[in-house]
Design a protein around this ligand. Sequence first.
Ligand SMILES: Nc1nc2c(ncn2[C@@H]2O[C@H](COP(=O)(O)OP(=O)(O)O)[C@@H](O)[C@H]2O)c(=O)[nH]1
Ligand SMILES: Nc1ncnc2c1ncn2[C@@H]1O[C@H](COP(=O)(O)OP(=O)(O)O)[C@@H](O)[C@H]1O
Length: 227
Amino acid sequence: MVVPPLLRAVIMGPPGSGKGTVSARIIKHFGVKHLSSGDLLRENMQKKTEVGILAKSYIDQGQLIPDDIMTQLMLNEIKGLDRYNWLLDGFPRTVAQAEALDKECDIDTVIDLDVPFEIIKCRLTARWIHPASGRVYNLEFNPPKVQGTDDVTGEPLVQRDDDKPETVSKRLQAYDAQTKPVLEYYRKKGLLKSFSGTETNKIWPHIYAFLQTKLPDVSQKDAANPR
Ligand SMILES: Nc1nc2c(ncn2[C@@H]2O[C@H](COP(=O)(O)OP(=O)(O)O)[C@@H](O)[C@H]2O)c(=O)[nH]1
Ligand SMILES: Nc1ncnc2c1ncn2[C@@H]1O[C@H](COP(=O)(O)OP(=O)(O)O)[C@@H](O)[C@H]1O
């Protein structure tokens, strides 16, 4: 029996472009392991680990965490996912991080959510999250079933400190200066697959169709109308 190679995928896009939202759909349909650098950092901040305390000072300023710390943290997690298909979300965010990742594994594909800055600024101020799971909600787009509580656990939802308008502007600047070059890095390698649009529900069917060429849909839902 020929065993298909494991998928090594990355999802990229500016803050608020829908990486977490799309990742949740990819997990549901294709059963991949999802590793979000932001979720991992927030978990560390909540537990007040050494990395968490250090990360908070950068995140609150809308700045990126230094490459060496971030790379070590993520590569260590990736090692534990050896036997699975996986999707990285939020990493790499600089060319140095992408180079370090390349030394460890061969990336197959990079999904880029190309959503205009004007659209995402207002999404972020309406974002609510369940920190323990990383589930994301939005008061207009995908509100929780009961206001202020997570659909699965019933625990309270919180707003991220770094979703304040002034911090959002800094994060968008950091994206332009430090993360956009990563798109070019992957484009040159022929790995970049960009999906442009202003609404996740319109972008998603294209991502779904693209991933179906790589992995089978393992969800129970009607694959003709995937959500
Ligand atoms: N209005 C609107 N909000 C969206 C859409 N897609 C995602 N969101 C919300 O926008 C916010 C940012 O999305 P998220 O997936 O967290 O983006 P990330 O920062 O790239 O991981 C969240 O509150 C989402 O629920 C959309 O098409 N329209
Ligand atoms: N790969 C990374 N390199 C450096 N900093 C990171 C990285 N991933 C996350 N961070 C830090 O964590 C913050 C939140 O990340 P994330 O949850 O991915 O935000 P968003 O999805 O809104 O872009 C970033 O603004 C940055 O300060």
